[in-house]
Design a protein around this ligand. Structure first.
Ligand SMILES: Nc1nc2c(c(=O)[nH]1)N[C@H]1C(S)=C(S)[C@@H](COP(=O)(O)OP(=O)(O)OC[C@H]3O[C@@H](n4cnc5c(N)ncnc54)[C@H](O)[C@@H]3O)O[C@H]1N2
Ligand code: MOO
Length: 393
């Protein structure tokens, strides 16, 4: 059995970043920006008023001072003249502050009478001028990242209508097992509902991949080989189940019959021991164990870092964070253990029940507490490492 770190290295070796494509802004959220994007203008492109009021010379502002109003500036309609001593320009939020003026007195602080204003006795001290380029300057860069709604607003303001993004890696998900039916169907007494295929679909979609759920394959070589053929054209095929040593665990054999060049089989990890990987024609193949939690944990530990690589990001394991144990842990065995855990504030505690079939426990967990092989028993108060389950992308 190889270690988790060795397995990850071999998985990364199977990945080539996807091509770059250009998409409109409205289709760019959740996509991986492929190259640094440069601002095409300053924002704001001029010194702008942040309030409705009067633009004046700051050094002339004092309680009771009067000014002559010589014009108006609104958003999209600048005042073309300049402000001299004793003068004011009526100004609205977002308008360019006219030449000569360097402060906006809010209208609540001024009394208007025809063409003149008189300031009140207690004045707001703020200047209410947003400086030119106060948000960003021409040439400022947005670095490659998975784009959020906030990024989209920023890219639009930088004056880009389209965005270069990585193509979503296509991931075929192949659930296998005679016992499985689809959610919503009517399972027989010895059947169960396929679950982790849907969990993985969600995990992959959130991470910027394009998951494609294949029909459930039966535990026969014929059915498995036919289903694997359906995956053709994908960047990655992820099989679920049939990976262990039982008589009906045939995924490895079916993939070998189709020409799988195996990278490894079995890792020193819990859950996830019977993980398998290799290259199948132009695709990478990862065979996940069928236990619902094992498949999902392997999704976080192996598949998400692979997706990041497909998207052109650095090959790196899931980031680990430190927290303080709030409950003791027993000694760990020979496999690296990813315990379902709950982190609250700085503290973390593993759930009592760690069976890899318990989806309720996984749904309650927001962290995987990582135990190195042969880690001794730990007491409350000790520092441990965990992987955050809530981000995943
Ligand atoms: N004698 C041994 N038995 C087992 C070993 C071992 O080393 N020696 N390893 C155990 C470990 S660890 C795991 S993990 C499982 C992995 O088994 P498989 O990958 O072959 O998975 P299956 O047997 O097909 O299924 C296991 C379990 O998961 C359920 N399942 C499968 N697919 C799904 C799905 N898409 N959604 C929900 N549930 C699924 C399946 O019904 C089984 O209950 O092997 C141990 N055995
Ligand atoms: O590896 Mo199995 O995944 O321990 O349940």
């Amino acid at each position: 059995m190889i270690s988790v770190a060795e397995a990850l290295d071999q998985l990364f070796a199977l990945v080539e970043p996807t091509d770059i494509e250009t998409v409109p802004l409205t289709a760019a959220c959740g996509r991986q920006l492929a190259e640094p994007l440069t601002a095409r203008r300053n924002q704001p492109p001029f010194a702008a008023s942040s309030m409705d009021g009067y633009a004046v010379i700051a050094s002339e502002v004092r309680p009771g001072a009067s000014f002559r109003v010589i014009g108006e500036a609104a958003a999209g309609r600048a005042f073309s003249g300049s402000v001299s001593s004793g003068e004011a320009v009526r100004i609205f939020t977002g308008a360019p502050v006219p030449e000569g003026a360097d402060r906006v007195v809010i209208q609540e602080d001024a009394e208007r009478d025809g063409d003149s204003i008189t300031l009140g006795h207690s004045l707001d001290e703020a200047f209410y001028v947003r400086p030119l380029g106060g948000d960003f300057h021409t040439g400022d860069e947005l670095s490659p990242r998975l784009l959020t709604p906030s990024d989209i607003a920023l890219i639009a303001a930088m004056n880009h209508a389209t965005v270069p993004v990585r193509k979503r890696p296509v991931v075929a998900i192949l659930p296998t097992g005679d016992e499985l039916v689809q959610p919503g169907e009517d399972p027989g007494p010895d059947q169960i509902v396929a679950s982790n295929s849907y969990g993985l679909h969600a995990l992959l979609a959130r991470a910027g991949a394009e998951p494609r759920l294949l029909p459930i394959a039966k535990d026969t070589l014929g059915s498995l080989e036919a289903a694997l053929t359906l995956a053709e054209g994908a960047d990655l095929v992820v099989t679920i189940g049939g990976a262990s040593v039982g008589d009906h665990d045939l995924v490895g054999e079916a993939a070998s019959n189709l020409g799988l060049e195996r990278s490894f089989y079995k890792i020193a990890m819990r859950p996830g021991k019977p993980l398998m990987a290799g290259r199948l024609s132009d695709m990478a193949l990862v065979g996940l164990p069928g236990n619902p939690v094992s498949a999902m944990v392997c999704g976080h530990i192996f598949i998400l870092p692979m997706i990041a690589c497909y998207l052109g990001r650095k090959a790196a394991p899931a980031p680990r964070i430190r927290a303080t144990l709030t409950a003791p842990l027993p000694e760990n065995g020979p496999r690296e253990h990813y315990m379902r855990a709950r982190r609250d504030g700085d503290g973390i505690a593993a759930f009592e029940r760690q069976d890899s079939a318990l989806l309720t426990v996984l749904a309650d967990a927001n962290a995987l507490l990582v135990r190195p092989p042969h880690d001794p028993a730990r007491q409350a108060g000790e520092t441990v490492e965990y992987i955050d389950l809530s981000t995943g992308g």
